[in-house]
Each structure stands twice: as C-alpha cells, then as structure tokens.
Ligand binder design. Structure first.
Ligand SMILES: Nc1ncnc2c1ncn2[C@@H]1O[C@H](COP(=O)(O)OP(=O)(O)OP(=O)(O)O)[C@@H](O)[C@H]1O
Length: 288
C-alpha cells in the first residue's frame, strides 16, 4: 500500500521540467529525498500538497486522486513543514492555536503544548520575533499535533542546530514505532537519511535517478577501487560513474563480487555512503 502514488507526472515551469515521473512512497516508512539545489524536490513536494497542478499525469495521495476536491480532508491528514512557514507573523504560538483548533478536526492541544515545551519555543512571543530555528520547530509542533497520517517535510533539518536535529530524528523514529505514519522528507544532510530513512529517493534535473530501500541500496551497490590498467572494456562495463585518479580508479558497482572473483585482492570493495552513491550516479549521467 502506498501513501503517495505518482504516475507519469509532468510539469513545465519556465525552463525547468519534471519529466514523466512514476513514484511510489510506501505507507508506514520514512522516505528521504535527496538531490542538488534546483533538482526539483520542492516542485515535486508542491504537487503532493496541492500547491502545484501537474500538466499531465496522476498524483494519488492517501487514496485520493483529486487533491483539489479533497483538499480540506487531505490537509487534515497531512502534516507539513516547509523551510519557510506561512503562519500569521503577528500571532504568538499560543494565539495561533486558536486558529488551528478550528482548522484541524483532530487537533490535540496537549500534544501541541508538550512539543512547544520540549522544543523550547516561547508560547507568548510573536512569530515574527522567533528565530529561524524556532519557526521550524513551531511548524514541526503543528505538523505533529493533528494526528497526521503523512508527514511531508521539506528540508526540515537545514536550519536546526545539530543537537536538536538529532532530537528531531529520534522523535520521527519514535512516531514510526508508535503509530502507523508515513514520512517523506527532503534534505541535503545525507547523514540524516543514513540515520533514519527506510527508502532513499534521488532526484536530479526533474528525473528520479533511484528510489530504493536504503539497506538494499547499500547492500547491492558497493564502492570498488583498483590500480591503473587493471580493467578491460568488459570489466569497465561493470562500473558506474568511474573516476580515475593518480593511483587507479574508483567507482560504484553492483557486480563487485564478480570483480572480486576476477581480480582478488587487487580490487578493494567498501561500503558506500549516500553521498558517494549520489556522486557516482551523477558522474555516470555525465559520462553517458
Ligand atoms: N515559479 C517558478 N518559475 C520558474 N522557475 C521555477 C519556479 N519555481 C521553481 N523553478 C525552478 O525549478 C527548478 C527546481 O526548483 P526546486 O525548488 O523544486 O528545487 P529543489 O530541489 O527544491 O532545490 P533546493 O535544494 O535548492 O531547495 C529550479 O531550477 C527553479 O529555479
């Protein structure tokens, strides 16, 4: 069962194009979305929240294939955090709650105040006076206080201090254990993904380069390094995004075991980081 199902999504904005994407975000898991600046992460997310409408293709969220028609119901069931929030700046978090209780059917005041307290967000200070990080924390408190089934977080951690980032990742993980919830979050901080994501999706220039279960990704693909002159045309074909350096080459490969059989100790096989996966895949695109 998928929380988000996208088929053939196409969108042209100026010179940028989201190119006929098929995406499945499975229910009950954390999916992390990565990609360079301008890759299309926010544009894609805006289609999930109804802020943008596709030129063509289908977007199905929490069973609804008509976001406009079901907007109110969906916004109750989706918790959202964006890098910039749209809360009325003249209100304090305490006053804001009066609006939110009207808006969200399943608003939980006790949970909201608990998060404000835990996150050390001053309840009676006007939002415009809050620091950037405090505003993100306020958005998170709101997103976590209306019993949302799906959390969509667009770079939630980028403005947060490392200690709170860790705290937030723990909170998100705990939510997964205690409740049937789905989380999609975009980030540039790949160590956050390594820590909590079940699936990793990479977007580049409006295309999905991969969307895979993290453990399967890191078990299937490994970093391989070897000396100069070791490879022929055939073994070269087993490598993804190869880069040569003064000592030899390094690349990513899902045929690392074959290379090990062929070359024994001459080839070094190591675990990849998510950053390295992205690096080699981008290299491969450049080479093709
Ligand atoms: N309203 C718009 N008009 C023209 N171009 C736009 C508009 N909105 C977005 N774009 C372009 O679409 C591309 C994708 O932008 P998007 O914000 O989705 O990227 P992103 O992956 O979220 O980037 P970042 O990591 O920097 O936040 C960019 O090239 C951006 O300039």
């Amino acid at each position: 069962m998928n929380a988000i199902d996208v088929k053939g999504l196409h969108k042209q904005i100026g010179n940028f194009e989201i190119k006929d994407l098929d995406i499945e975000i499975p229910k009950g898991y954390i999916t992390g979305m990565v990609g360079d600046n301008g890759a299309g992460k926010s544009t894609l997310i805006n289609h999930f929240t109804g802020l943008l409408k596709a030129d063509r293709g289908d977007v199905k969220i929490l069973g609804s294939d008509d976001i406009e028609r079901d907007r109110e119901n969906l916004l109750n069931r989706i918790g959202m955090v964006f890098a910039e929030d749209n809360f009325p700046e003249h209100l304090s978090p305490a006053k804001l709650e009066k609006l939110l209780t009207v808006y969200f059917e399943a608003w939980d005041s006790a949970v909201y105040h608990k998060y404000l307290d835990d996150f050390k967000v001053p309840e009676n200070t006007r939002i415009k006076k809050l620091s950037t990080g405090e505003k993100v924390k306020l958005s998170l408190a709101v997103a976590l206080s209306h019993n949302a089934e799906l959390l969509i977080l667009d770079e939630p951690t980028s403005n947060l201090a490392p200690t709170f980032r860790m705290e937030l990742l723990d909170i998100l993980q705990e939510l997964m254990i205690n409740e049937e919830i789905t989380i999609l979050f975009s980030t540039h901080i790949t160590s956050d993904l390594e820590r909590i994501a079940d699936y990793i999706m990479m977007i580049d220039d409006g295309e999905i380069l991969f969307n895979m279960e993290k453990e399967a990704l890191l078990d299937t693909y490994k970093k391989v390094k070897g000396p100069k002159g070791m490879l022929d045309d055939e073994t070269n074909e087993l490598l993804i995004g190869k880069r040569d350096n003064s000592l030899g080459f390094e690349a990513m490969s899902n045929s690392w075991d074959t290379l090990q059989e062929l070359f024994g100790d001459k080839v070094i096989v190591e675990k990849l980081s998510v950053d390295e996966v992205m690096y080699f895949i981008k290299n491969n695109r450049r080479d093709v």
